[in-house]
Design a protein around this ligand. Structure first.
Ligand SMILES: Cc1ncc(C[n+]2csc(CCOP(=O)(O)OP(=O)(O)O)c2C)c(N)n1
Length: 522
């Protein structure tokens, strides 16, 4: 394959070469005509892995899963404004997760823009909603500089989406000069005063809670946070939808803040000091008539220990030391490993089976929604694993997220827990899993319903709903057959009927390489 001599390198070749030099070597793509030089250049750079997705929401969600697990960005290759637009919902989730991602959005050649050809649109306006950094690279000689800036921005704190708009002529013209060197994420220590103020509040003896999010939910942060909570007699909690949390036997298990505001209010009742570690002060997911938006009790003081670029685990260790906590007083979960379930197959049995047979080092992408309520409890004492959740509430993330996590971590089994309605948004991810031979096991919770919306209908005070309202929340007529859908995309699939049968299928799926799908009808 070899490298063209420097002078003969076009913009696309220089771009891909620069991305690789910066440590970015996976591209989730769905290209079009304006990206053809980028596509062609992929064969000149063997280090860049190119993964085809059949919808941009899969590409962006996969880049999110990849970034959360690899701690470095993947690139997406998207086709002008409409391609970016299709990927926005999962870029929204990625923004909420603080995931580093570099979008390459192809555009018309610079001189073609004035003609308002059919695919012309305002890419920047679309990109602004989800991107912390945007640049339009209109000169081939600027490609390497802009790519380096994009990767640096993506890895800036907190991780963010960086969008590089790449006109077709910038790609195809010669004169590209590759550059770049490995870019890493940088964090800074919090200042000693901040640690002191928080330590003083925790020493007051008043009821306190430590709320963890972001980078505090990896093993090191969890251990330090547990030392703090033990020393201060504080409640250890975590945000409802973490980007990535390490869980399982041997690790502290913070209490997760409830999704429904009434539960969250009860959990925080009486707390006088709320210490935030890489998370925001909790708010209700939605507004409800006559219910508060902020979940922080009125007489509670909020203290920010670490945020954005702060080194959250280090801050927690400093806080633990300031409180005089012994170095070994972190408390691991006491939850036992779940027992294998027997008999009827319901959501609780599925959760128990997962807790019982989850392999060490698994990654769980959890978009099981209402049927996922038993998962956290059943896996608290399971083999050690990571959990990725729906950070931004835009459903249709789970299958792409699992796909990207599997690309990032080829040696770790990925378990994708997926509600039927959410699955249908980005089901095409299964095809990418099959094509790439990814070790992903998908469990579909098929309740033939947008069940959460049935609950919300009543909670917002809209009543139970008449037949028309009910029909908008019902996924039967016709019933979705996920076994057939999955096989149609090349993924081995079965429907489990009993708890024992499900457990056996789950073990088989974990044992065999490549993707599998198990449908559970509830
Ligand atoms: C992008 C996007 N569109 C629509 C919604 C609104 N919404 C929230 S939950 C939901 C249905 C969820 O159904 P399913 O995934 O089957 O889970 P279940 O509630 O049945 O457990 C919808 C449509 C959303 N959150 N995000």
């Amino acid at each position: 394959m070899g490298w063209p001599s420097l002078g003969a390198m076009n913009g696309a070749q220089a771009l891909i070469r620069t991305l690789v030099a910066c440590g970015v070597d996976v591209c989730f793509s769905n290209p079009g005509t304006s990206e053809m030089h980028f596509v062609a250049a992929l064969d000149d750079v063997p280090e860049m892995r190119a993964v085809l997705t059949l919808f941009e929401g899969v590409a962006t969600g996969a880049a999110d899963g990849y970034g959360r697990m690899a701690d470095r960005p993947a690139v997406t290759l998207l086709h002008l404004g409409p391609g970016l637009g299709n990927g926005i919902a999962n870029l929204h989730n990625a923004r909420r997760a603080g995931t580093p991602i570099v979008n390459i959005v192809g555009d018309h050649a610079t001189y073609h823009r004035q003609y308002d050809a059919p695919l012309q649109s305002d890419i920047e306006t679309l990109a602004r909603n989800v991107s912390g950094w945007i640049r339009d690279t209109t000169r081939t000689e600027d490609v390497a500089r802009d790519a380096i800036d994009a990767v640096t921005a993506a890895l800036g704190a907190p991780g963010q989406v960086a969008t590089l708009i790449l006109p077709a002529d910038t790609s195809w013209l010669e004169g590209g000069q590759p550059g770049g060197a490995r870019v890493t994420r940088s964090v800074r220590p919090v200042d000693a005063d901040t640690v002191d103020v928080v330590a003083k509040a925790l020493r007051s003896g008043e009821p306190a809670a430590v709320m963890l999010g972001g980078g505090a939910l990896r093993a090191r942060g969890l251990a330090a946070a547990s030392r703090v909570a033990e020393a201060a007699g504080a409640k250890l909690m975590c945000e409802t939808f973490p980007a990535r949390q390490e869980r399982g036997a041997g690790l502290p298990a913070p209490e997760s803040l409830g999704y429904f505001a009434e539960f969250a209010v009860a959990q925080l009742q009486g707390v006088k000091h709320l210490v935030l570690v890489d998370t925001k002060a909790p708010v209700s997911f939605f507004a409800y008539p006559d219910k508060p938006s902020s979940l922080v009790p009125d007489d509670c003081e909020v203290h920010v220990l670490a945020v954005d670029a702060d080194d959250a685990p280090l801050a927690l260790e400093q806080l633990a030391d300031a409180l005089g906590a012994p170095s070994d007083n972190a408390r691991a979960t006491a939850a036992p490993q779940a027992e294998r379930p027997a008999g009827a197959l319901d959501a609780a049995a599925v959760a128990a089976a997962i807790g019982a047979v989850l392999p060490e080092g698994a990654i769980i992408a959890n978009e099981a929604n209402t049927n996922g309520i038993f998962i956290a409890g059943a896996t608290e004492g399971a083999a050690r694993h990571d959990v990725l959740t729906l950070t931004g509430g835009a459903i249709g993330l789970g299958l792409p997220l699992a796909t990207g996590a599997a690309v990032a971590c080829p040696d770790r089994p990925v378990l994708s827990l997926e509600a039927d309605g959410s699955a249908m948004y980005t089901l095409q991810a299964l095809w990418t899993q099959a094509r790439e031979g990814l070790d992903v096991t998908t469990v579909i919770f098929n309740n033939r319903s947008y069940a959460i919306l049935n609950i919300e209908l009543a909670r917002v005070g809209a009543g139970a709903g008449g037949p028309k309202a009910q029909s908008l929340l019902d996924l039967s007529n016709p019933d979705l057959d996920f076994v057939a859908l999955s096989r149609g995309m090349g993924v081995d699939a079965v429907r489990a009927e009993t708890a024992e049968g499900f457990t056996a299928e789950l073990e088989r799926a974990f044992r065999e390489p490549g993707p599998h799908l198990i449908e559970v009808v509830l």
